[in-house]
Design a protein around this ligand. Structure first.
Ligand SMILES: C[S@@+](CC[C@H](N)C(=O)[O-])C[C@H]1O[C@@H](n2cnc3c(N)ncnc32)[C@H](O)[C@@H]1O
Length: 397
């Protein structure tokens, strides 16, 4: 389609799309933009159901409209809607005031969130059910707003998948150097954005990880590529027997220091161990080239998927070489596991890694093989959440 005159192509297309008949065209909106007679308790207003069609296009339409849902969720987080609803039910007018929503759009926005099952509506009041609050109320221990925001910031990578599929190119191909140093660590601000994203992502599985290894039996571990240390701090806080080293590139050090100051006190912890601040340290280095800290356990979390197979092999071999006999290497990634619900997420994640770094996710079998090839004996894989698998390799004693 030609662009709208006077507008760049993308804006022109957006404007043209906006002129197409709207799904609510036949509904009547009141002055506030709230659709009159919005289905709520009254259901479908007696619409005759469509004849059942075993080849319904609905799944395709849902996929094509996935971006709309995603952006509505994103707006809810950015406008702090869920935070406000955590205080209790509220009317549309109250939410408009609290979140700065324009009344023209707020009705459809809030009702879409109800239809998406994220909110509930009782008469004129919107409320957040416990299933939503568990993950979107910032005060909840299961809050994942940071992880969702990070995923949503990745959308530009997906802006020309067709082009990527034709060219086979990754973002890294046009960067002057390392994917991290010439990517997110270019500026202090983007370094912070990346580190906060990683903070968010680890909240998706830090609880299960704390339960999935014999942490109480070891005294030291090193999180290789541990970013600014969110996970190391969490594990060390849960296990007073642990001393942790976060090993990462130099730009992360100030952000580690900042997090350590905010998260830890120097008080001895309950078990009488040393305070968190003295048990968790940062070691700046390059895990491909520099000596690795002496430790009983190395963690490679969301690291192998960043690199092509030769570099993955090098990292696993280096971990084996630096561990003492009886030491363990823990690896977690979004491994392909052959089940549709996991692979639906993880093939997309794999495509994402290919389009960024020319790397990929890998199957659980390949992960196990890689650890065994380096000399590890490998325990049964553990699911840390819907898409993340943990492998534990032990160096023979
Ligand atoms: C995808 S993030 C994973 C962060 C964290 N482990 C997690 O599970 O979310 C990859 C991390 O590897 C670090 N990294 C990349 N290249 C590195 C290198 N050569 N040496 C040490 N760390 C590196 C990055 O700075 C980043 O923190």
């Amino acid at each position: 389609m030609p662009s709208m005159p006077g507008l760049p192509r993308s804006q022109g297309e957006a404007a043209e799309a906006a002129l197409e008949p709207d799904v609510t065209e036949s509904s009547h909106s009141n002055a506030q933009g709230h659709v009159e007679g919005t289905p709520g308790a009254s259901g479908t207003h007696g619409r005759t159901p469509m004849p059942s069609d075993k080849h319904t296009p609905l799944p395709l339409i849902r996929i094509a409209m996935g971006l709309y849902e995603s952006q509505v969720l994103r707006a809810g987080i950015e406008l702090r809607l869920f935070e406000h609803l955590a205080a209790g039910p509220a009317t549309a007018a109250e939410l408009e005031k609290a979140c700065g929503l324009h009344p023209t759009l707020s009705g459809d926005f809030l009702n879409a969130l109800v239809a998406m099952d994220l909110l509930e509506r009782d008469g004129s009041h919107y409320e957040m059910p416990a299933r939503t609050a568990a993950h979107l109320d910032p005060r909840s221990p299961g809050y994942i707003g940071g992880a969702l925001a990070f995923m949503q910031r990745q959308y530009p990578v997906w802006s020309d998948v067709t082009g990527n599929l034709r060219s086979g190119k990754a973002l890294i191909d046009d960067l002057p150097g390392d994917i991290f140093m010439s990517g997110p660590y270019r500026t202090q601000q983007s370094t912070r954005g990346f580190a906060e994203g990683m903070d968010g992502l680890v909240t998706l599985f830090d609880g299960p990880l704390a339960q999935s290894f014999r942490w109480e039996q070891v005294t030291s571990f090193t999180d290789l590529g541990g970013c600014r240390g969110r996970l190391a701090l969490k594990l060390a806080a849960a296990y007073p027997n642990l001393r942790a080293v976060v090993f990462d590139l130099p730009p992360l050090r100030p952000l580690f220091d900042e997090l350590l100051q905010s998260a830890a006190t120097d008080e001895p912890d309950e078990a009488g161990g040393a305070g968190l601040r003295s048990r968790v340290t940062f070691h700046a280095g390059d895990f491909f080239a520099d000596p690795l800290p002496e430790t009983q356990v190395y963690l490679l979390g969301h690291i192998l998927h960043d690199w092509k197979p030769d570099k993955r092999r090098l990292l696993v071999e280096r971990a084996f070489e630096h561990l003492p006999p009886g030491g363990s290497l823990l690896v977690y990634d979004s491994m392909i596991d052959g089940t549709p619900e996991v692979d639906r997420l993880n093939y997309l994640r794999s495509l994402h890694m290919r389009m960024i770094a020319g790397s990929s996710e890998y199957t659980i079998a390949d992960g196990i093989r890689q650890l065994r090839d380096a000399g590890f004996t490998v325990e049964d894989p553990v699911a840390l959440n819907e898409g993340t698998t943990l492998l534990v390799g032990n160096k023979p004693g």
